[in-house]
Design a protein around this ligand. Structure first.
Ligand SMILES: CSC[C@H]1O[C@@H](n2cnc3c(O)ncnc32)[C@H](O)[C@@H]1O
Ligand SMILES: [Zn+2]
Length: 431
């Protein structure tokens, strides 16, 4: 049992709920009490009291779309459009990744996430049993998908590997790990392959994580090939009968926005990757108006080039303002909701993302005693427009402290740096 006291507590239930001097009780994996100081008499059998005076407590951040082990390829290929980036640089080097690379690359991803306040993430990549091992050890929460390129000769094997991976890991690590099927995108997964994916989703009862409508080129190529735009094509195939996590959704017409709302598709908006690859600006304001559930993601660390959700919130808010020429667009509380409770819902985690009794104890403490966080007119605005990931002081996932006073407790940082440096040298052909 952990008792946090003295923090300002932002529950994220509604914009107004902020306890200036609050307290949180954690029993096992769950939050059992949240309120102003003195609202609960702390039980006798508390294991730890965390004195959080000068801190802001809020739900851990949720990264709805990444490729964690691509930390190994950070700054390996930059300043290219998506298709050239993938075909000329990324896919050739990914051929050389081995399972241990994925373990250490994902471990680096977990380390970066813990240090920047992310407690849950959705990952699509290869050798996912190794990614799962890293997540389990680091203590994070994740929804993991074995990425599948339907056009490749190994597509059938990838599907079988997915079935095995889901059987082994869905619900593992005390429920911190969940799984999805990961067909890469409409332009790499033709309809026949997607039908097999849907058959398997029905059989093993998991959702589907896919890149969708990321670039103008994708829309044109899919329309030329199938006579429909990507979202409309996925709808016609029946993909949205399953829980779908659709990454990007940059290029949409009104009909497609309505499909996404009606079929309750969860969208992962990745503003920095979309800017860096010049893919475009997702119509987030329109999506939200239409009632689409939108979370935030970084995309892989090779197209961002970091996993910093604090930055991503700020970028999302600023980008919508400039895209709509409306300073009211995507206000701070909306950006923070996308990065917490709404992101959790996009991942199908319905007891994650709020500080509320009955919710999983995924909590971060932000050190407010920093020059860029004074004075304190509005703490929500501070989080989105002023805070930095280095302000994250303590991170709790599933009721367990994984970082305290910026010391990560679950991962040997130096060993991770040694491993990834050596492996990245080999992958880049320098050793
Ligand atoms: C099949 S595993 C995932 C696959 O996706 C590639 N990837 C990384 N970022 C993006 C992106 O923004 N759009 C499309 N594909 C992306 C990654 O390199 C893997 O090959
Ligand atoms: Zn991606």
């Amino acid at each position: 049992m952990i008792f946090i006291r003295g923090a300002a507590v932002l529950t994220m239930e509604s914009p107004g709920v902020l306890y200036e001097n609050g307290e949180i009780l954690i029993e096992g994996q769950y939050i059992t009490h949240v309120g102003p100081a003195g609202s609960a008499s702390p039980p006798n059998d508390i294991d730890r009291i965390i004195d959080a005076r000068g801190m802001l407590a809020l739900p851990g951040l949720v990264n709805c779309h990444t490729h964690g082990a691509m930390t190994l390829l950070r700054s390996y290929a930059d300043d290219l459009p998506l298709q050239r980036w993938l075909e000329e640089k990324i896919w050739p080097v990914e051929e050389r990744l081995d399972p241990e690379d994925i373990y250490w690359g994902t471990m680096l991803c977990c380390l970066e996430m813990i240090r920047s306040g992310t407690t849950s993430f959705a990952d699509m990549y290869f050798h996912m049993d190794q990614a799962a091992r890293a997540v389990e050890k680091a203590g994070l929460r994740a929804s993991l998908s074995r990425g599948m390129i339907g056009l490749s000769t190994g597509a059938g094997d990838a599907l079988e590997e997915s079935r095995h991976f889901i059987g082994e890991w869905h619900g593992a690590a005390d429920g911190r790990i969940t799984t999805m099927l990961g067909p890469h995108a409409p332009y790499t997964c033709p309809p026949d392959f997607l039908r097999k994916v849907m058959d398997m989703a029905a059989e093993v009862q998991v959702g589907i994580h896919i890149h969708l409508a990321e670039t103008g080129k994708e829309v044109e190529d899919i329309r030329r090939q199938y006579g429909k735009r990507p979202v409309a094509l996925m709808d016609e195939l029946g993909l949205f009968a399953f829980p779908v996590l659709a990454a990007h959704c940059v290029h949409l017409d009104e009909e497609e926005i309505n499909i996404l709302a009606e079929k309750k598709v969860g969208v992962a908006h990745n503003p920095e990757s979309n800017m860096k690859l010049a893919s475009g600006i997702a119509p987030v304001t329109r999506l939200l108006e239409a009632g689409v559930l939108v979370g935030l993601g970084t995309d892989g660390p090779a197209s961002n080039n970091n996993l910093d959700m604090m930055e991503e919130m700020r970028s999302a808010a600023l980008l919508q303002k400039v895209a709509t020429m409306d300073p009211v667009a995507l206000p701070a509380f909306t950006a923070l909701s996308m990065a917490t409770v709404n992101g959790a819902r996009v991942l199908g985690l319905h007891d994650v993302g709020l500080l509320k009794p009955g919710y999983k104890a995924d909590i971060i403490l932000i050190n407010l005693h920093r020059p860029h966080l004074y004075p304190r007119h509005d703490l929500v605005a501070h989080l989105v427009y002023a805070a930095q990931s280095a302000d994250v002081e303590t991170v709790i996932v599933d009721g367990r402290v994984v970082m305290e006073k910026r010391q990560v407790l679950t991962v040997d940082e130096e060993e991770v740096y040694r491993q990834v440096s050596r492996r990245a040298e080999r992958l880049a052909g320098r050793k």
